[in-house]
Ligand binder design. Structure first.
Ligand code: 5GP
Ligand code: SF4
Ligand code: MG
Length: 456
């Protein structure tokens, strides 16, 4: 998911600025979108299934007035989804209303929800984020700062939050810093954004990242910082660098673009192969492919073109249509493929279905050899922290050797970036990153699979 927030001293165009921010964060979630605005001690909101540009129009944005606002784009998980599960969540409590937008997943939401339900709380959604709103409301008599601190000390897992409460804009990052969240400065206010790419589009400049274990409270007086947990080891999600974040973002002072170039270069050193052309699976493999080409001295060319105008909401009625859809989505540039030995770079192999289809397409177009190089290590373990990796059974890397995967996808050779190579590309210390989906080394205890909540 992606979260966004604005605190402004003027009321002008706030909902439109949030709308712009959410469009910029659209890659972080395409399932639903929502905006909540605070005005005169009330919170007005609108949320719906679909892309930001499908959900909002001028009329809706004009109705949302206020000088404090948050927004959310929800990540598309497999299976059904409902608008009641869209965010921001808005709940009423004795002191007024709270709006909350959450990126990440909690690992102890079931346990807390059971406890709250036993105490008489009623839940409206099936998302883990609702326990956070409930915990804040339940502790309101402590004052909102203490209520938020008490709530976020209780929850475990990954959370980057953007909250409106008592006329303040509040940002929170989990103690491991699993999910990113940064702060920007406007002429007349502040911005919170999952990624720094969301700042420039509203005319803000980055000040800093919210720190792991920090609550920031933004109002007319500026930014107040409360460190609520400084004891946990940092564990920023390495998959943000591999796939999730936009290349023009900077997370915890590391450039996503630069890390992908480096990953491509290291991949070329770790796994060289003689070939004519380096190409990418667009768009997620493109930056690493540029790095691979530079390091290997083999020219980079486009071999696959992606149709930019296909929304996610496109209907896929049957198998035949689904197969045609693949051709609609990706086309082969034959002149760069026919008779050539290709190095095909993708950022990750999850189920293996994408790679299998693409190898097929390239061979059909006359490729002589297809050597797949992946700019991340094999995905072998599920994520419990908000990236929608499937169950272990569906992860091709969990149950198959590299040679078996190569065979299954029909490539002439296959090799992955090593875990140390990935860590080096991000330019952070191993102990400050989460690499659990590759290494199985989780930064905290994870659930055993009987969760009520869907992850994503
Ligand atoms: P697969 O191996 O499952 O067919 O797909 C791998 C491709 O999906 C890669 O090209 C990668 O860019 C993309 N991918 C990796 N992780 C995710 C994810 O969490 N969500 C989505 N929608 N795509 C992903
Ligand atoms: Fe990121 Fe993987 Fe850790 Fe999930 S398990 S937070 S995807 S590094
Ligand atoms: Mg991809």
């Amino acid at each position: 998911c992606g979260v966004f927030g604005i605190y402004s001293n003027s009321m002008e165009n706030i909902s439109r600025m949030i709308y712009f921010g959410l469009i910029t964060l659209q890659h972080r979630g395409q399932e639903s979108a929502g905006i909540a605005l605070y005005n005169d001690n009330k919170i007005h909101y609108y949320k719906e299934m679909g892309l930001v540009r499908e959900v909002f129009n001028d009329t809706i944005l004009s109705r949302l007035k206020g000088n404090i606002g948050i927004g959310h784009v929800r990540y598309s998980t497999s299976g059904e989804s409902y608008v009641t599960n869209a965010q921001p969540l808005v709940v009423k409590y004795k002191g007024g209303s709270i709006a909350l937008a959450h990126n990440g997943n909690l690992v102890n939401a079931n346990e807390i929800r059971d406890e709250l339900e036993d105490g008489g709380s009623i839940f409206q959604t099936s998302i883990d984020s609702e326990v956070i709103a409930n915990l804040i409301a339940k502790n309101y008599n402590l004052g909102f700062k203490e209520a938020i601190a008490t709530a976020v000390k209780r929850i475990k897992g990954a959370f980057a939050l953007s909250i409106i409460c008592e006329g303040k804009l509040i940002g929170v990052r989990d103690p491991h810093g699993l999910r990113p969240l940064c702060i920007g400065k406007l002429d007349d206010g502040y911005v919170l954004s999952s990624e720094s790419c969301g700042l420039g589009v509203v005319g803000a400049e980055i000040i800093r990242d919210v720190k792991p274990g920090e609550i920031v409270i933004i109002d007319d007086n500026g930014i107040e910082s409360i460190m609520y947990d400084e004891d946990k080891p940092k564990a920023l999600c390495s998959f943000e660098f591999v796939y999730f974040a936009r290349p023009d973002s900077v997370i915890d002072e590391q450039s996503i673009y630069q890390s992908r170039i480096e990953a491509g270069k290291i991949l070329a050193r770790e796994n060289p192969v003689d070939a004519d052309i380096v190409m990418a699976v667009p768009d997620s493999g493109t930056v690493a492919a540029i790095g691979y080409a530079e390091e290997s001295g083999i020219p980079y060319r486009q071999g696959l073109l992606k149709n930019k105008y296909l929304g996610r909401s496109f209907i896929q009625p049957d198998q035949k249509m689904r197969e045609l859809m693949v051709k609609l989505k990706l086309s082969v540039l034959k002149e760069n493929v026919e008779g050539k030995r290709l190095i095909l770079i993708d950022d990750s192999i999850v189920r293996g279905t994408t790679s299998r289809r693409i190898v097929d397409m390239l061979k059909m177009a006359g490729a002589k050899e297809v050597h797949i190089r992946v700019s991340s290590p094999p995905v072998k373990h599920s994520c419990y922290f908000g990236i929608d990796t499937p169950t272990r059974k569906q992860l091709i890397g969990a149950t198959n050797s590299v040679e078996e995967i190569r065979e299954a996808i029909g490539a002439d050779s296959l090799a992955y970036l090593s875990i140390p190579g990935l860590v080096k590309s991000i330019n952070m210390k191993d102990e400050n990153l989460c690499t659990a989906c590759f290494s199985g080394n989780y930064p905290m205890e994870v659930p055993n699979g009987n969760s009520k909540f869907r992850y994503g």
